[in-house]
Design a protein around this ligand. Structure first.
Ligand SMILES: Nc1ncnc2c1ncn2[C@@H]1O[C@H](COP(=O)(O)OP(=O)(O)OP(=O)(O)O)[C@@H](O)[C@H]1O
Ligand SMILES: [Mg+2]
Length: 317
C-alpha cells in the first residue's frame, strides 16, 4: 500500500525545556489507513501532530506528506490535509454556513459572496452533502452560539473536509463529548473515510476508540513504544488464556501436559494460555469432560495499561 505520511527521526526540543518532547520518532502511515496515536499525558502526541500539520516548527527530522516534503513544500502539504484540533476557532456570532464560507474563502477555495445562494453551485452541494453526512443539515443557517459542543465538532468536520483533504488530522476529537456523540462521531468519520478514501490520523485517550483503528502507535515520553494492529499489540502485550476445569482434574492435567500447553493450576481450575492455537482447537482435542470453560480476551485498554505501567516499573510483564 502507498505511504501517505512518512516521519523519520523527528525531534522536538522546546526552548527552555530540559528534555526533548519528541526524541527521534519514525513511523509511516499508509494511504486510507485509520491510524491512532495513543499515549499518556505529556507523551508528545500534540507536539507531533502540530509539527505534521505545519503549525509547529520541528527541531530536526524529515517529514513527507502526500508526497510533499514538509520543509520544502509546506503549502502543498497544507492543501492536502484537514485539521481538527482541541480548541476550535469558530465564530459564535456567525451561522454554521457562514463559518464554512469564511473558511473556504480564506483558504482560497471559493471566492467570497455575501450570501449563501450567491456561492457557486458546487460549494453549496459540498456543504449540503457533508452537513447531511454528519447530521447538521437542519442547523446550517443557525447561529453557532445555539450549537451544543457535539454540533460544533460536527461543523468543524464539515469545515475541515471542504477542500477534500487526503489526510485528516484530529487531536482528541471526542474529548468533552458524551458517549452517544462520541460513537456517532466515529460512525461519521468512518463513513467519510470510506466515501472520500481519506486517511485518518488521530490522537485519543479512549482506548476503546483505538480498537477500531487499522493500526495503533503508542508513544510514551517522546518515544514510540509500539506500532501495530490492535490485535497484534494485544498479542504481544498480554497472553490470552482460558480457564477450564474438570471433575477429573488429574486426567485433564495429563492431557494438558501431553499437549505441551503452558498452564497454571489454581483453585478455580487450569489457566491455559492460547497464544498459538485457538481455544476451540484446544478444546476439540481434549477427551476429559469439562466442568468449566471461560475464555479471556484482553481489551486494548488492558494491553495498553500493561505497557505503560511496565515502563514505570509497575506490574511487570
Ligand atoms: N509550548 C511548550 N513549551 C515547552 N514545553 C512544552 C510545550 N508544549 C508541550 N510541552 C511539553 O512537551 C511534552 C509533550 O507535550 P504534548 O502536548 O505533546 O503531550 P500530549 O501527548 O499531547 O499530552 P496530552 O495527552 O496531555 O494532550 C510535555 O512534557 C509538555 O510539558
Ligand atoms: Mg495533547
Amino acid at each position: 500500500m502507498e505511504t501517505i505520511i512518512q516521519v523519520e527521526n523527528l525531534v522536538k526540543q522546546y526552548r527552555k525545556a530540559k528534555e526533548p518532547a519528541v526524541r527521534g520518532v519514525s513511523f509511516d502511515v499508509r494511504a486510507g489507513e485509520f491510524f491512532a496515536f495513543l499515549g499518556p499525558n505529556g507523551a508528545g502526541k500534540t507536539t507531533t501532530i502540530s509539527i505534521l500539520t505545519t503549525t509547529l516548527a520541528k527541531t530536526s527530522g524529515t517529514i513527507t506528506i502526500a508526497g510533499y516534503d514538509l520543509d520544502k513544500q509546506p503549502k502543498q502539504v497544507r492543501r492536502n490535509i484537514g485539521i481538527i484540533f482541541q480548541n476550535p476557532s469558530l465564530d459564535l456570532e456567525l451561522t454554521a454556513e457562514e463559518n464554512i464560507r469564511l473558511h473556504v474563502s480564506l483558504y482560497g477555495l471559493y471566492p467570497y459572496r455575501p450570501m449563501y445562494r450567491l456561492m457557486p453551485a458546487d460549494y453549496r452541494k459540498r456543504v449540503a452533502d457533508l452537513a447531511e453526512m454528519v447530521g447538521i443539515q437542519d442547523h446550517l443557517f443557525k447561529k453557532l452560539k445555539k450549537f451544543s459542543g457535539g454540533m460544533k465538532r460536527k461543523l468543524e468536520i464539515v469545515r475541515s473536509l471542504m477542500h477534500r483533504p487526503k489526510v485528516l488530522f484530529l487531536d482528541e476529537p471526542t474529548s468533552g463529548l458524551d458517549a452517544v456523540s462520541r460513537r456517532s462521531l466515529w460512525e461519521y468519520l468512518k463513513k467519510i473515510r470510506d466515501e472520500e478514501n481519506m486517511t485518518i490520523f488521530l490522537t485519543t485517550h479512549y482506548l476503546d476508540e483505538a480498537e477500531g483503528a487499522d493500526r495503533v502507535c503508542i508513544i510514551n515520553q517522546g518515544r514510540i513504544e509500539m506500532v501495530g494492529a490492535p490485535h497484534e499489540l494485544k498479542q504481544q502485550l498480554i497472553s490470552r488464556y482460558m480457564l477450564i476445569d474438570a471433575a477429573d482434574r488429574d486426567r485433564l492435567r495429563q492431557e494438558l501436559e501431553a499437549m505441551q500447553l503452558r498452564f497454571a493450576e489454581t483453585d478455580n481450575g487450569f489457566q491455559v494460555r492460547y497464544d498459538g492455537p485457538t481455544p476451540q482447537a484446544i478444546i476439540a482435542q481434549l477427551q476429559t469432560p469439562l466442568s468449566k470453560l471461560e475464555v479471556y480476551d484482553p481489551t486494548l485498554e488492558e494491553a495498553y495499561i500493561r505497557l505503560v505501567t511496565r515502563q514505570e516499573g509497575g506490574m511487570g510483564a
